[in-house]
Write a protein that binds this ligand. Structure first.
Ligand SMILES: Cc1cc2nc3c(=O)[nH]c(=O)nc-3n(C[C@H](O)[C@H](O)[C@H](O)COP(=O)(O)O)c2cc1C
Length: 331
């Protein structure tokens, strides 16, 4: 029997397949199906500080301030003591999953203020999250803001949180840093237990009728996995923290490549939204077959075996790949 286990954020997972943040992990029945299909852990959808505050503001406006504004109307519009806000629902979902699942549950947070990151991070920890994923989705569009300043924001956030949160913390990053490798190293030095490479860069569309910007989300395709595989291969031997690959993992071949490059886990999202949660079992079976056919005894045996440090000429790895690619094109 092949040992599929892997280490991720200090947790021992039974295999490297982890359904990532999406509407799938917001539903308890679907999460149960994911666990039955072999998922080794799950990442909850992000708790968005922005939405929590927006909801609280609306509640204040329509319920609490209304009862203050007109005394008589106050009795018609009772303050709902048992009203469950987004945060309450999130914590209840997390607690329910923790009490019913055997696999680890990773909470995900997207904050906007330092106090929000800390307060909500603490709530998620206390509700039993096995680890905390920081979904820092920041678009640096201000030309006055230098790259170093953007990076400093990430580091400051992590350092502040690290002092407050005792569970493992991982950061989901965009690929758009001048030096991804240096950024990951700095996060490691600031206490990150892992990084998730990479958040997709969502691009809103322009509606040609209304000339308005409209949100636009397409599921990923398998080509996107190559960017993740490449960066993981380049940094695996240069950092010690956990590496999760996310973005474009639709087939077992791509999952295997990410593991060979050095990923500790591979996150699955679009493929499960398209094919259903049970497809996790198919991918797991295909991984197992590949390992058996090549007489591997464990996933750990193959992890990182095609990373930059294992190349015949590691120093030339980065550049020669570029030259080969350019020269390989035949018009
Ligand atoms: C509908 C949908 C909702 C998502 N919600 C979140 C979220 O709340 N937080 C987060 O960090 N990522 C979220 N993601 C991103 C996924 O977790 C994943 O990182 C991304 O889709 C790339 O992986 P994939 O190619 O397997 O889809 C979402 C993706 C989709 C498609």
């Amino acid at each position: 029997m092949i040992d599929l286990s892997t280490q991720y954020l200090g947790l021992t997972l039974k295999n490297p397949l982890v359904p990532s943040s999406s509407p799938l992990t917001a539903d308890a029945d679907t999460v149960r199906r994911l666990e039955d299909a072999g998922a080794a852990a799950i990442v909850l959808p992000s708790l968005f500080e922005e939405s929590v505050y927006y909801e609280q503001k609306l509640l204040d406006k329509y319920v609490f301030s209304q009862s203050l504004g007109n005394y008589e109307a106050g009795s018609f519009q009772p303050v709902p003591e048992d009203y469950n806000c987004e945060l309450d629902n999130y914590l209840a979902h997390l607690q329910k999953l923790k009490s019913s699942l055997d696999i680890p549950v990773i909470a995900s947070l997207n904050g906007i203020s330092t106090s929000g990151w800390i307060d909500f991070g603490n709530e998620l920890m206390q509700a039993g999250a096995d680890a905390l994923e920081l979904n820092v989705y920041y678009v640096a569009a201000d030309p006055e803001q230098a790259g170093a300043e953007v990076e400093a924001r990430y580091i400051e956030l992590l350092t502040t949180l690290r002092n407050q949160i005792s569970i493992p913390v991982t950061m989901k990053l965009s690929s758009q840093f001048s030096s991804v490798a240096n950024m990951v190293k700095k996060l490691q030095s600031s206490g990150a237990d892992g990084v998730v490479l990479f958040n997709r860069f969502y691009q809103p569309d322009i509606d040609l009728e209304t000339l308005r910007i409209k949100p636009h989300l397409e599921l990923s395709n398998a080509n996107e996995s190559l960017l993740r595989i490449r960066w993981i291969a380049l940094i695996r031997s240069r950092v010690e923290l956990s590496l999760a690959a996310t973005g474009g993992f639709h087939q077992s071949d791509d999952i295997i490549k990410a593991l060979l490059a050095g990923a500790d886990v591979v996150y699955l999202c679009s493929v499960l939204l398209e094919k259903g949660p049970d497809y996790c079992a198919t991918l797991l079976q295909q991984l197992q077959t590949w390992l058996t056919e090549r007489e591997y005894e464990s996933v750990q045996q193959m992890q990182g075996s095609v990373s930059q440090s294992c190349a015949l000429d590691p120093a030339a790895y980065e550049h020669s790949n570029y030259v080969d690619v350019i020269k390989s094109y035949r018009p």
